[in-house]
Design a protein around this ligand. Structure first.
Ligand code: COA
Length: 256
């Protein structure tokens, strides 16, 4: 008779196989090239702009600012569907969102911050300036590691879960509106290239040279782990990550 431990082991082995089989099909994937500019402003803030094109869409990443709080709250943090498979699955309040954005803004200001420049970006359509989502780097659990995360409004995912939004996608196809499928892939590729640039320019993470960028993704968050696999991240573990709750997650990395 199989025990719960056997079942768990089986689930983990199947998940590893699924990831590695998918990753195998992506070895010839050409990552989009991010154009990164890191500029010191007179008001002591460092501004980072990144431009990247993928599947015919031009994306613009920009270091977060106070003015972004409303979009981040309205389209991402207040939306259960967007947050459901992210971290612990909670939807933070406007107050918590504001505090978090202030923390990220400070990492572009305070050169003594242990995470100086390891911070967050808004992601927009360069042509229309439409807010699409946000992507960040932060500290990882091991010295010299940085963890990435990304969140996007649901109407630009390649597989939206909400029926009404699926209809919206069909409408968009017939009315020739833009379809942003691929944004997860763009964000992972861009954050990896930004991390490489920080390392090359000598920016340490919590006092350590950047060793690797890591990400976690729930097994049922296919868009998330596939985006990481396409960008060349590899699997180093499958299991529960205590601070993200009880769901089993892929743990992925890219050595820098
Ligand atoms: C995860 C997320 C970024 C994916 O965005 P996306 O734009 O759909 O991602 P991509 O289009 O780049 O997808 C990458 C791959 O995953 C596939 N994919 C995406 N969603 C999928 C799904 N629900 N089921 C199966 N495959 C899926 C895509 O088809 C693509 O694979 P392919 O090129 O082999 O066809 C987006 O859904 C999101 O913001 N979710 C909410 C926040 C979140 O969960 N963040 C991740 C945790 S850090």
């Amino acid at each position: 008779m199989s025990t719960p431990d056997d079942n768990l082991l089986c689930l983990i082995n199947d998940a590893k196989l699924k990831f590695n089989q998918y990753a195998e099909t992506q070895t010839n994937f050409q990552a989009p090239q991010a154009h990164i500019s890191i500029e010191s402003e007179t008001n002591d803030t460092t501004k980072v702009h990144i431009d990247v094109e993928y599947n015919g869409i031009q994306y613009h990443f920009e270091s977060v600012e106070e003015k972004d709080i409303n979009n981040i709250y309205q389209y991402l943090n207040s939306q259960h569907s967007v947050r459901a498979k992210y971290a612990s699955g909670n939807t933070p309040s406007l107050k918590d969102t504001t505090a978090r954005i202030h923390t990220l803004i400070n990492r572009f200001k305070d050169k003594n911050s242990r995470l100086y420049l390891y911070s967050g970006f808004t992601v927009c359509d360069s042509q229309t300036d439409m807010f699409l989502g946000c992507a960040n780097l932060g500290s990882g659990s091991e010295p010299g590691t940085s963890e990435m995360a990304f969140l996007n409004r649901q109407d630009c995912w390649s597989h939206p879960i909400d029926i009404t939004l699926t209809n919206t996608l069909a409408d968009m196809k017939t009315t020739n509106k833009k379809i942003y499928s691929g944004i997860g892939t763009v964000e992972v590729c861009t954050l990896l290239q930004y991390g490489a640039r920080l390392k090359q320019d000598g920016y340490t993470i919590d006092g350590h040279p950047l060793k690797s960028i890591v990400a976690t993704a729930r097994l049922d968050n296919e868009g998330s782990w596939k985006s990481c696999a396409k960008a060349g991240m590899t699997l180093y573990d499958v299991g529960v990550v205590d601070h993200y709750g009880s769901k089993i997650r892929y743990q992925l990395q890219k050595i820098m």
